[in-house]
Design a protein around this ligand. Sequence first.
Ligand code: NI
Length: 152
Amino acid sequence: MVLPIITEPNPLLRQKAKPVKKITKRIKKLAQNMLETMYAADGVGLAGPQVGVVERIIVIDVGEGPIILINPEIVSAVGQARDVEGCLSVPGRNGYVTRADKVKVAGVNLEGRQVELVGEGLLARAFQHEIDHLEGILFIDYLSPAAGGEGS
Ligand code: NI
């Protein structure tokens, strides 16, 4: 089921998301719906708050298959990369954001198992962008007109 995506300035996007305590049927259904919603919107990532569920769940697909991660945390980050970013919750805007080029992310999968994933390039960027959503941070927070940061 495709869910409505909430957009700026909806205050739900600015809340700190709550940890998921248990992988319930509801969480599994939510993850499935979030993936469907992301694909329908032609996005590469989506976080719980973007569908109005302020809980720590993200889905990503940068073209290498779907990733669903519960309670994700960045455990290490190296390098720097500057590239254009956008967000389904901030339609019509994009801009250059500097992020780590490679990250290791820990979290729980839908089977309730602890997993570690490594992402580079676009996948690293997606992890950082989606985990930011769980802290109420949007990519536009990094854009600085004075630094010439914003794209068209
Ligand atoms: Ni986003």
